[in-house]
Design a protein. Structure first.
Length: 445
């Protein structure tokens, strides 16, 4: 096993980055769609690129590579770890023939990589058992135009963590699950009640310390879907992102800003300064350790079209130029097996990406503290319509995703700072639709 690594990211940003990598994607005007890797003989050396995430994730991956080598002596894995801050930039800056046989990629980046001929379909390389055991949400994020390009060992999800002691002290009743989720108006009213009991009136954390960027899109796009809108529909943001319902929903979100702690030290919730924290699964270990039995896990509020949450995280794929897709698929099969998925998700606390691993998980299985996250992912909207009955929604699977997330996050930043909601959304719509038109609507993606 060969492992190359140059540095580790500052620990203050690791928890969020475990689920969300910034889509630093380079789009070209000459995309031709995903190519196909050669099958090869299933033996020899395969090169693998992976992001260098949390220390425990790195150890879990290195252990998996070592165990794979013991089980498959006919295949040698040459693993290269690339610092997470540089990972997607490295992948997108590399030409197809510079890529390894197997590479990790952030879920929303997939369509752009396919468009730029960097990923191969993997349906012929991974086993039917592996595909069948992957969760619906993992399959939804890894599929484009009916072809499977990626499989993730873990997924992601959003919720609202609550401090039961502070909520009870303020006389606020809170949801027990998806069935009795707060409406957006009830959530906003709860903020006002909590603020009246709080010294500085700052009672909500939305991880502003993460900055505005991909986190913003991941955190606030569920508001759009829950309001009955969409980031893009049929290749256009007009009529999807700028509807009256979306404007009203984000106008209500704008009312949250005065109640929100800037959380510059990333300590607002664990210190008891705020009663509510809107964030993902990755904060559970830290929060549960700090609050113990006072920690409650709640769904996001419902803006009228049902509770919605994000999904999607790192996935494994095969490069379009690999000469040994068979061996690459064998390695991905191994990573998606129960033992490896369990070890990796124990390391990073993420929702398992396979049905069998979720069923046996103490955290995400029946009765587990994060069963809500598993329930949300089980009710994925997939590539179908975002109805009131489905919950988790993949970020748009399109090569134009980088411009979508950049423009949407910029619009949310403007709105958060008190800007006109309709004008901010109109600006985002114009920029997105112009980019799509300039790129022939990414017709080959």
């Amino acid at each position: 096993m060969t492992v190359r690594s140059t540095r580790t990211r500052p620990r203050g940003v690791l928890r969020a980055a475990a689920a969300l990598a910034a889509p630093a994607l380079v789009l070209t005007a000459c995309g031709t769609g995903g190519g196909g890797a050669e099958t090869g003989d299933g033996e020899g050396t395969i090169t693998v690129w992976a992001h260098q995430g949390q220390d425990r994730e790195v150890v879990a991956l290195q252990d998996a590579v070592e165990a794979f080598g013991a089980l498959h002596p006919e295949i040698t894995v040459d693993l290269t770890l690339i610092p997470e801050a540089d990972y997607m930039t490295t992948v997108t800056a590399s030409s197809p023939d510079e890529l390894p046989d197997v590479l990790e990629f952030d879920g929303p980046a997939m369509a752009s990589l396919v468009y730029n001929n960097k990923l191969s379909p993997i349906g012929d390389f991974v086993s039917e058992e592996t595909r069948a055991n992957a969760t619906d949400s993992v399959l939804a994020q890894g599929t484009l135009d009916g072809s499977l390009y990626g499989l993730g060992m873990f997924d992601s999800g959003l919720g609202v963590y609550g401090n039961a002691a502070l909520l009870d002290e303020a006389g606020i009743s809170y949801p027990e699950g998806l069935e009795d989720a707060w409406t957006a108006e009830e959530f906003t009213a709860a903020l006002a009640v909590l603020a009246a009991e709080d010294e500085d009136g700052r009672v909500l954390d939305v991880k502003q310390n993460y900055g505005f960027g991909e986190w913003t899109t991941y955190a606030f796009s569920p508001v759009i879907w829950s309001a009955g809108g969409s980031l893009i529909e049929g290749g256009s943001a007009e009529g999807a992102l700028d509807t009256r319902a979306v404007v009203e929903a984000l106008s209500l979100v704008q009312e949250w800003a005065p109640y929100t702690d800037a959380n510059t030290d990333d300590n607002a919730f664990v210190s008891g300064d705020v009663a509510l924290s809107l964030v993902g699964h990755w904060e559970y270990p830290n929060y549960s350790e700090a609050l113990g039995s006072d920690l409650v896990v709640l769904p996001l509020p419902d803006f009228g079209n049902g509770v919605k949450t994000g999904q999607g995280s790192w996935a494994w794929g095969v490069s379009s130029t690999s000469a040994n897709g068979s061996a690459a698929g064998t390695f991905i099969d191994f990573l998606m097996a129960d033992e490896q998925v369990a070890d990796m998700t124990a390391a990073n606390g993420a929702p398992p990406g396979t049905r069998s691993a979720i069923a046996t998980s103490d955290l995400y299985g029946p009765g587990g503290d994060l069963e809500l996250f598993a329930d949300q992912l089980a009710a994925t909207c997939g590539d179908g319509p975002v109805t009131p009955d489905c919950v988790s929604v993949p970020r748009p699977v399109t090569a134009g995703y980088p411009v979508i997330t950049r423009q949407f996050s910029d619009a949310v930043a403007t709105i958060w700072d008190g800007g006109d909601v309709a004008e901010a959304l109109d600006g985002a719509v114009t920029a997105i639709d112009t980019d799509f038109a300039d790129n022939d609507f990414f017709a080959d993606s």
